[in-house]
Design a protein around this ligand. Structure first.
Ligand code: TYD
Length: 133
């Protein structure tokens, strides 16, 4: 699988750095934003796929690892920079882990929160996507 990496423009001067995300820097229109922080050591979050929801993940502080699995191939990416992110399409199983102390993982989503959009069982994920793909 080819993980789509996004690179954002940094606005920097002697005061510090700023990244602005506009519609043109993103693969979709944002409907929801959430962030994970204060993640405890040795925790693995996510462990689900979405039926419809596409997301962009940006580790705006610290670092974490993201495992993406499209049902055929798995890939791990390290997110460790506030000026880069990854596109996680609906249908990919994702797990987030190895959060550094103080890490903040920002998630931009193109759908509102809907528990019905989640597939939280790995076998169900494999079954669902072997039919859909
Ligand atoms: P959860 O899906 O378990 O997080 P993760 O997949 O990152 O481990 O979500 C934790 C809780 O937050 C759960 O009770 C659902 C709630 N939640 C919302 O209310 N809105 C949201 O947009 C998200 C992502 C979660």
């Amino acid at each position: 699988m080819d993980i789509e990496r996004l690179k954002f423009e940094i606005n920097g001067d002697e005061r510090g750095l700023l990244v602005a995300l506009e519609r043109s820097s993103l693969p979709f229109e944002i409907q929801r934003v959430f962030y994970l922080y204060d993640t405890q050591p040795n925790v693995r979050r996510g462990k689900h796929a979405h039926k419809k929801c596409n997301q962009v993940l940006i580790c705006v502080s610290g670092s974490c690892k993201i495992l993406l699995d499209d049902g055929i191939k798995k890939e791990v990416v390290v997110l460790d920079s506030p000026d880069s992110g990854i596109f996680v399409p609906a249908g990919d199983w994702r797990e987030m882990y190895e959060f550094s102390p103080g890490a903040v993982l920002l998630v931009l989503a193109d759908q509102p929160y809907d528990e019905g959009d989640y597939i939280r069982d790995y076998d169900e994920f494999l079954k669902y996507y072997s039919i859909e793909k």
